[in-house]
Design a binder for this molecule. Sequence first.
Ligand code: SDX
Length: 431
Amino acid sequence: MTDTQKTAQLSLNGETYELPMFSPSAGPDVLDIRKLYAQAGVFTYDPGFTSTASCDSTITYIDGGKGELLHRGYPIDQLASKSHHLEVCYLLLYGELPTAAQLEDFETRVTRHTMVHEQMLNFFRGFRRDAHPMATLVGVVGAMSAFYHDSTDINDPWQREVAAVRLIAKLPTIAAMAYKYSIGQPFVYPRNDLDYAANFLHMCFSVPAEEYHVDPILARAMDRIFILHADHEQNASTSTVRLASSSGANPFACIAAGIACLWGPAHGGANQACLEMLKEIGTVDRIPEFIARAKDKNDPFRLMGFGHRVYKNTDPRAKVLKQSADEVLELLGVENNPLLQVAKELEQTALNDEYFIEKKLFPNVDFYSGIILEAMGFPTSMFTPIFALSRTVGWISQWKEMIADPQNKIGRPRQLYLGETARDYVDIENR
Ligand code: SDX
């Protein structure tokens, strides 16, 4: 924790309170209100946490005004073009880019943990085939605490490390199994001779009846999607993981909680909702109708894939994904995909519309990802599971940072109570 140099004064009920302020390495100053209730007897009020720093962290920095995203200081566009997912996992987990030897050791450790306990296959068979893969993912990842007891003690650094590697290694396998189960095809075991992204495509799309060759360009596009979704400061699902972890719950249960939160259409579920919206729009001539609905206060409809709590300029990930969408669809010979045309026209229309300009609504990470994933052959129901497997390293890196923090304590917010004050029970005959 940085030491506090500056202070702020709060005048309240005739008293003046001195509040320490932290100066971060980047971003706005932070007012330390930890002693406010004890000193002044008041709470602060911030539903949705629009102005609240819930923790200190050294992992990811976002500048919403500049549209900047740094992982351990490295800009996301450089990582997306020069790095690969497991190297970014190492960076997020340990704080520095690995040497060649460190990377080889880390990749070997992850590769050797990609298989799941064979008993988990039975666990899968309890689900209905038509279950949404996110429902299966939440259940199976939560159940990992019933299969990997030797890495659930959060006070043992070795077990924390093994749990982190197991989650990064097994989420692609479990997500692929959820997909295979939903389409009635046999599970495909991971292969140690394939890299992380190629292995995932292999586990999703190969069948025992024939050889499957992973297209290296698709594997590269898959890996870039993993990188772009890896971590994002204290978003809703990461905050869920941190809050669940603050009670001392085991890492598998906490990551399952993060997956559940990510599923919501306002968060990670937006990639599926966005593609379904583009399909509902269907053709460019229907865009004005949907723009009007998005602006209509009486219509709950929102442009999925647009807007962001932090980015009030472009989401740097959307810029990379837009370029990747062009590359992948051209490679697949579907560059004239009508959905891509609708998406580009919708983006241009919205970016030139006064409502979206005034409210600073730009395409976010979920706007183009679905177009790429659908072109790669994934059903929309697999979009958020892919987001979840990508974000696992972010969740677990933030979890590790929090657990290792000696100041870590259980999260327990207060409230603005507007209910009934004390009153006596009334017997039913007198009601
Ligand atoms: C992710 O936090 C993260 O970092 C998340 C994420 C990550 O990597 O973890 O980046 C991933 O979740 C991206 C966001 C995906 N969600 C969507 O695309 C769903 C559509 N977007 C919105 O629901 C919304 O923009 C949010 C949820 C993303 C942000 O909501 P905020 O910050 O709470 O903003 P708000 O709801 O208060 O909206 C501000 C105004 C409102 O109008 P007024 O009440 O001021 O008149 O903008 C309007 C909103 O009605 N608005 C939209 C809109 N988003 C906001 N109007 C139309 N379409 C939209 N998409």
